[in-house]
Design a protein around this ligand. Structure first.
Ligand SMILES: Cc1ncc(COP(=O)(O)O)c(C=O)c1O
Length: 401
């Protein structure tokens, strides 16, 4: 019999949209969060050299010593934080690191606090370990940035973990150092542990990235190479665990994952040690230009956003103003507010050939939104915008209040 846990896992809408879009001709893909840059050459060369040198066996389950050292050096260089290599566990992407953190911390019934909107996969991770989910609502008018006072209403002695994500998917919101520090205090007072997903660090357009490790040693950090080094398919990430947890994390990793691929880890060493700030600076600048372009285009489309994202490569646009009768012509579900985003995604895919992800996947506060990823070239973004404008010319959008 299929386990209850398996049946509780919901599909990832962005991948469903991608599969549909791939069956159509000439679609502009704004649904997936995958960098369109090539992996830096130095990374590829290091991995190929490792492969040729026969680095194809298992490594220590915590990862190669040279990679763990490179990660520790990176924290020192970038944030001025001392992270001993003993607290670092290398994983096949940040996703397994999330699963390891939840498996180590959460018992069935334990409460995990997420912000809403959240990265669509988070609730499924919590369900995998039988945890219960509470959410802190975020609003576009506040730039989707949580305030510590909002968390204070939800976090209490029942809370086992708080999951933070900055820059955030799907909103692009960036948390300030002072908010992170307040949230650490709040978690400490409730005897809860912070898990900080920092996979979009490096892609911040306003202000600085702050790791949670600047404020505490008692948090889990989940991070990886996918986004800032354009290495999604390499499957390489890491976790920093609090000292008392790291042995437990490692035992689960040894049994279930064994290790991240050996030669891929050599690519990771090159990414951290050889890829200079020029690469990251250029990538960041390119995303920033795309963000600025799209934010102004959304206004021209007559749709509203109500905020400017500070990082990552996503925007949430509000489609509640799109007239239901137009959308319902292609409705698969019929008019309810949570269907509106699905109908809008269908409308833009079928009428404009532009794929975007329906918001409900990202929580109730994204229910009437579409998530747009600008991890696509300036030319394709301009093409998408033109197509959307043409499709919307047939639709009269009521003026916003
Ligand atoms: C917020 C967030 N965390 C984690 C991941 C997983 O990334 P990976 O497993 O490729 O490191 C993603 C991927 O889109 C993400 O958006």
């Amino acid at each position: 019999m299929v386990s209850e846990r398996a049946t509780r896992t919901t599909p990832f809408a962005a991948m469903d949209v991608l599969e549909r879009a791939n069956r159509m001709d000439d679609v502009v893909h704004l649904e997936v969060g995958e960098p369109d840059f090539e992996t830096p050459q130095a990374v590829t060369e290091a991995a190929v050299a490792a492969l040729r040198a026969g680095e194809t066996g298992y490594t220590s389950s915590k990862g190669k010593p040279e990679l763990r050292q490179a990660i520790s050096d990176y924290y020192d260089r970038r944030y001025g934080v001392d992270v001993p290599t003993e607290r670092i566990v290398v994983t096949s992407g940040s996703s397994p690191a999330l699963l390891l953190a939840f498996s180590t911390l959460v018992d069935p019934g334990d409460e995990v606090v997420l912000t809403d909107p959240y990265y669509a996969c988070y609730p499924n991770f919590v369900r995998q370990v039988g945890g219960s989910i509470s959410t802190v609502p975020l609003a576009a008018e506040e730039g989707f940035r949580p305030r510590a006072s909002e968390f204070a209403r939800t976090v209490d002695s029942e809370t086992e973990a708080l999951l933070l994500n900055s820059p955030a998917n799907p909103t692009g919101a960036v948390l300030s150092g002072s908010t992170l520090s307040e949230l650490v205090e709040l978690a400490d007072a409730a005897d809860a542990t912070v898990i900080s997903d920092e996979v979009y660090h490096g892609l911040t357009y306003e202000g600085e990235d702050h790791t949670i490790l600047e404020y505490t040693d008692d948090a889990f950090v989940v991070d990886g190479f996918s986004k800032r080094f354009s290495m999604t398919g390499w499957r390489l990430g890491w976790m920093v665990a609090p000292e008392e947890y790291v042995g437990h994390v490692n035992r689960i990793a040894q049994n279930t994952l064994i290790c991240a691929p050996n030669f891929v880890q050599s690519g990771g060493v090159a990414a951290l040690n050889e890829v200079g700030d020029d690469f990251l600076g250029d990538v960041r600048e390119t995303y920033r230009e795309r963000r600025d372009y799209l934010v102004s285009e959304v206004e021209d489309w007559g749709l509203s956003m109500g905020y400017t994202p500070g990082g990552a490569y996503y925007l949430l646009i509000d489609v509640s103003g799109l007239p239901g009768d137009v959308l319902e012509q292609r409705s698969r579900g019929g008019g309810t507010s949570s269907r509106k985003a699905f109908d809008a995604a269908d409308f833009f895919l079928e009428e404009a050939g532009v794929a975007m992800t329906p918001g409900p996947d990202f929580g109730t506060n994204a229910e009437e939104c579409l998530r747009v990823s600008y991890a696509n070239s300036a030319e394709r973004l301009a093409e998408a915008s033109e197509r959307i404008q043409r499709a919307l010319e047939r639709v009269e959008i009521p003026a916003a209040d």
